[in-house]
Every structure is written in C-alpha cells, then in structure tokens.
Design a protein around this ligand. Structure first.
Ligand SMILES: C[S@@+](CC[C@H](N)C(=O)[O-])C[C@H]1O[C@@H](n2cnc3c(N)ncnc32)[C@H](O)[C@@H]1O
Length: 253
C-alpha cells in the first residue's frame, strides 16, 4: 500500500471513531482475563482506548497498558476511570513498564500490527520479560483466511444498507505475510478510508515465537468462552506460560 503511514492507522480521526464500532465480546473477554489474573495485576499490550482494560479494571484487576498511539491513549484517559490505568507510551515489542505481572495480554489481532517476524518475536520476548514466574501471556488473533483466497486479493462487503456500504478491500503478499487492508465506507455525504497493514501468522508460528521467548503453550481455545479450538475456529485464544524442561528462560525485569 504505497504511502501507508502506520501512525495514521490509529491517529486522531480513527481514535475518535474507534469505539463507535461495538465488537461485542468484551464481557466474555473480561471474564476470561479476570479469571486468569486471579487477583494479580495485568498488563495490556496495545491498550488502545481501554475497550478491555477499563471493564477489566472495574472487575477488580489493576491494569497497566503499553500503547504506541498518543491519540488512542488520549481517548482512554478522557473516559471515566481512564486515570486508573497507567499507560507507558511506546512500541509493545520494545518498551518496558519496569515491573512484572501475573497476566500480560494482547488481543484483537493486534500482534499483526507488528509487520515483521522479528518484531513479532520481540513482542513475545517483551511479554515474557513482563511475566511473573507463574504469569501467563494471552494472545487473541484471527486465523488467517487471506492466504487461501484466489489471487490473494479480494473485496468483501461488510455492510450493505440503503444509504451506506462498507467494503473490506484486501491484498495479501505471501512472501512477507503482510495483508494490506482498507475498510472503505461509502455514504451519501462522503467516503472514509481506514487503511491498515497486518502481518498474518497461523497459531503454530506464534507457538514457535513463544518458544524462542522461553514460553510454551498452556492452552488454546476457539473463543473467550473456552470453545474448543478446531479446524473450524475463526480465531484462537492462546495462553502461554514460562517454559520448563530446558526451554530457554526469558529474563524477568
Ligand atoms: C485494534 S486496536 C486494539 C486496541 C485494544 N487492545 C482493543 O482491544 O480494543 C490496535 C491498537 O494497537 C496499537 N498499536 C499498534 N502497533 C503498536 C505497537 N507496535 N506498540 C504498541 N501499540 C501498538 C494501536 O495504536 C491501537 O491502539
């Protein structure tokens, strides 16, 4: 996608309308994460506008965040209870909060915002660095579909109304595993573009990244309600813990 600037993916305009689109799985996500936190503090990588961090805080978990976009972090701080979440600004694959947590989590396909395998491995290493000895790292991500699409490019209708159409316009590069995607919204009063680039990976690649970071897969589900993970699952919720039996141990902070 020529001229793509990752900073504008979650810049001011996007941050203003980010919460307009309700994903609808917040309650299950919070219940799952609160159970794993089990009274311990949590760190959300790429905390965004606090879609999950805020209800998790209200459920009794102390949550810190790491976030790259000042605009997304501003939207979080403007919300009720936004001041209860400490946000460290920076790249989730590199920046540190200087302490460890019982739970570190990275949801909503956001591992894909790191566009190289090296950066995604670094992110697992950074998560491991923030884990208490018995802590867990949770990753939620869609199972890639683009690699199987004919010609690796497609347009999917997302919304078809009388006065509004939403299109998901995509092109996938199997060499880099990067998907160029633009959510295009066409209305009588104009067209809006929401471009994003994502590096797609299947769960086994993430499991190897975890091993490199000294972690191992503890459990994998097909959703937040612990649906079984099967060939039909459209997403995975993967729970990693510190490796044992000779896995390289990532150094805690
Ligand atoms: C799809 S949103 C998810 C936000 C939040 N986790 C949620 O579930 O609503 C992706 C977020 O990742 C942030 N982000 C993208 N790349 C990042 C990076 N390298 N380090 C930290 N945050 C990043 C974006 O600014 C944005 O807030």
């Amino acid at each position: 996608m020529k001229g793509f600037d990752p900073r504008t993916s979650f810049g001011y305009e996007v941050s203003k309308r980010y919460d307009d689109e309700v994903r609808g799985d917040e309650e299950e996500t919070v219940a799952f994460l609160a159970g794993l936190a089990d009274g311990r503090d949590a760190l959300e990588l790429a905390v965004g506008t606090g879609r999950i961090a805020l209800p998790l805080t209200r459920a009794g978990v102390r949550v810190d965040g790491i976030e790259l976009s000042p605009d997304m972090a501003d939207r979080l701080r403007e919300k009720p209870d936004g001041d209860r979440i400490d946000v460290t600004m920076g790249d989730m694959s590199r920046v540190t909060t200087g302490r460890t947590y019982g739970l570190v989590y990275l949801v909503y396909n956001t591992i894909g915002n790191l566009l190289t395998q090296d950066d995604q491995v670094r992110c697992f290493e950074n998560a491991a660095r923030h884990l208490a000895d018995d802590g867990v790292f949770v990753v939620e991500c869609r199972i890639p579909t683009a690699p199987a699409r004919p010609g690796h490019q497609y347009v999917d209708p997302e919304q078809i109304e009388v006065d509004e159409v939403g299109l998901d316009v995509c092109r996938y590069d199997p060499v880099t595993q990067v998907l160029d995607e633009n959510h295009v919204r066409i209305r009588a009063d104009g067209i809006t573009f929401s471009p994003i680039r994502l590096r797609l990976a299947y769960p086994p690649e993430f499991d190897l990244m975890a091993r490199i970071a000294g972690l191992r897969l503890r459990e994998r589900w097909g959703g937040w309600e612990r649906e079984p993970y099967t060939a039909r699952s459209w997403r995975h919720v993967s729970v990693y813990e510190r490796g044992r039996h000779g896995d390289q141990a990532a150094r805690a902070i």
